[in-house]
Design a protein around this ligand. Structure first.
Ligand SMILES: *[C@@H]1O[C@H](CO)[C@@H](O)[C@H](O)[C@H]1NC(C)=O
Ligand SMILES: *[C@@H]1O[C@H](CO)[C@@H](O)[C@H](O)[C@H]1NC(C)=O
Ligand SMILES: *[C@@H]1O[C@H](CO)[C@@H](O)[C@H](O)[C@H]1NC(C)=O
Ligand SMILES: *[C@@H]1O[C@H](CO)[C@@H](O)[C@H](O)[C@H]1NC(C)=O
Ligand SMILES: *[C@@H]1O[C@H](CO)[C@@H](O)[C@H](O)[C@H]1NC(C)=O
Ligand SMILES: *[C@@H]1O[C@H](CO)[C@@H](O)[C@H](O)[C@H]1NC(C)=O
Length: 231
């Protein structure tokens, strides 16, 4: 079974309602574009290529040369925008520092808000239903309290299948920081015959930065376990 595909089956139901903590300055060319999520998407898909490039035998001489072989013209423009915004040498140093962590990369580039001292606590978790046959859609929901303003981070669900030869799969929301308050997040797992029967365990996390990474200001602020059974 393709685990990549399994991961894609965890669907994100609702967008978490949050206001970006920091209003980012946008260039006139990118007005109306959310630079943080744009940068993180760019980083998810293209950071490793840039990393290989700037650690390779021929280091490019400027942003134009560095960005020119990226997949398409939009990607090229985003690369140029980020690279010339930071300056060529700082940009390649950020690429080297951050790979493979797109959120940290975008914080270094000031595309995503960074806040030190964020705090959150998961208050409740729900799985509906807790048990069902193959084909069941399991809804996993949590509520959490933010007790000190957070910066850019993730809200993530990781699921461990009962068959330990299968890798865990996960899905996450990017957020640009939460004000103090209460929030909820929902995930949906649509199962089919690709899913082995048995007990599944899941971990919900609210993270500062990328969950599981340990760059400056990255941490799991709160986590909780859930479980469900396919019978
Ligand atoms: C990054 O690279 C992939 C292919 O490698 C491409 O499809 C994608 O559109 C790129 N651009 C952005 C902005 O993520
Ligand atoms: C990588 O480096 C080469 C050699 O400097 C350059 O021609 C190319 O455009 C670079 N960029 C990418 C994204 O591969
Ligand atoms: C970038 O470097 C290339 C090759 O060294 C050069 O031809 C080009 O004019 C430079 N572009 C800019 C914008 O400096
Ligand atoms: C709360 O966050 C502020 C910055 O937003 C920070 O200065 C302060 O230390 C944090 N408080 C705690 C208890 O972590
Ligand atoms: C499970 O569902 C997904 C779509 O949600 C589909 O891509 C996949 O092929 C399905 N697997 C089987 C074995 O039916
Ligand atoms: C699944 O969990 C239930 C209790 O939650 C337990 O009774 C059952 O034996 C478990 N099944 C397997 C295959 O581990």
């Amino acid at each position: 079974m393709s685990l990549i595909r399994l991961a894609a089956l965890v669907m994100l139901l609702a967008t978490i309602t949050s206001k970006p903590v920091t209003q980012l300055k946008l260039s006139k060319y990118l007005k109306g574009v959310d630079m943080c999520s744009t940068c993180v998407t760019f980083g998810n898909e293209n950071l490793s290529q840039l990393y290989q490039n700037v650690t390779g035998p021929t280091i490019p001489s400027n942003c134009t040369v560095l960005c020119k072989d990226l997949a398409d013209s939009l990607t090229y423009q985003i690369c140029i925008y980020l690279c010339s915004g930071a300056g060529f040498n700082p940009f390649i140093s950020d690429v080297q520092k951050a790979n493979p962590d797109p959120i940290y990369f975008c914080e270094l580039l000031n595309s995503c808000p960074t806040i030190v001292g964020g705090a959150a606590s998961i208050s409740n978790t729900y799985v509906v239903p807790t048990s069902g046959s193959v084909g069941t859609t399991f809804k996993v929901e949590m509520t959490f309290a933010v007790t000190n303003t957070t910066g850019t981070g993730q809200v993530k669900l990781t699921v461990n299948p009962p068959d330990t030869t299968l890798k865990p799969f996960s899905s996450s929301y990017l957020n640009e920081g939460f004000e103090i308050g209460s929030y909820s997040a929902k995930f949906e797992i649509k199962t089919n015959s690709s899913y082995p029967v048995g007990n599944y365990t899941g971990t919900l996390q609210v993270c500062s930065g990328t969950c599981g990474m340990t760059n400056p200001n990255e941490a799991t602020l709160s986590s909780a376990n859930v479980k469900f059974t396919i019978k």
